[in-house]
Design a protein around this ligand. Sequence first.
Ligand SMILES: [Zn+2]
Ligand SMILES: [Zn+2]
Length: 171
Amino acid sequence: MDCPRCKSQLKLVKVTNVDLEQCANCKGIFFDNFELKKFDEPHESPSEKIILENSSSAAVLKDSPKKISCPKCSNIKMMTRFYSVKQKIEIDECGACGGIWVDAGELAEIRAEFSTEEARDTATAKFVSFTTERPMEESQAVLEKELAILKRIGRVLHFIFPDSPNVPDKK
Ligand SMILES: [Zn+2]
Ligand SMILES: [Zn+2]
C-alpha cells in the first residue's frame, strides 16, 4: 500500500499483536479496521514509539490534497471526521473498509487534547449523548453506522491511552 499523502510505501509496524501500516516518509499511520478491533482488549503501552515517530515527523504535507484516498481501497475517498472536544482534530476514515488514517502529528494532538482523565471522560460522555440525543426521524441504520464510525475512532484513542475507557456499547 502507498501513503495517501506522500505516495511513499507504507511499511508494516507491529505493536504487540497489532499490525499497523506506517509511512516511512511522513509518518502517517493507517489503522486497518480489523486490527483496530484488537485495541478493545487490554494492552500494555506499546504505542509510545509509534506515537513519538508520528509526532516528530518533519515531513511537509502542505501540497497534499485535502481529500485523500484510502490506501487499502485506493479508489475510495476517505471522509474527514472531527474527533475532539474542541472539534479541531481531523481524522480520515474510509466508508468502505473502515480503516482510519492518522496524519503525522495528529496522535500527539489527540494526546495533548485528551491528556487529562476528565477530557477522556467528556469524550466518552459525548459518545453516549450522541446515541441518545439524535432526532427521531433519523433512521436506525444511519445511527448505527455513525456509532460504528465513532467506535472505530474511539479505538484509536484507546491505542494512545490504553487505560482510557472504552466507547460504551449502544444502550
Ligand atoms: Zn507519507
Ligand atoms: Zn478503505
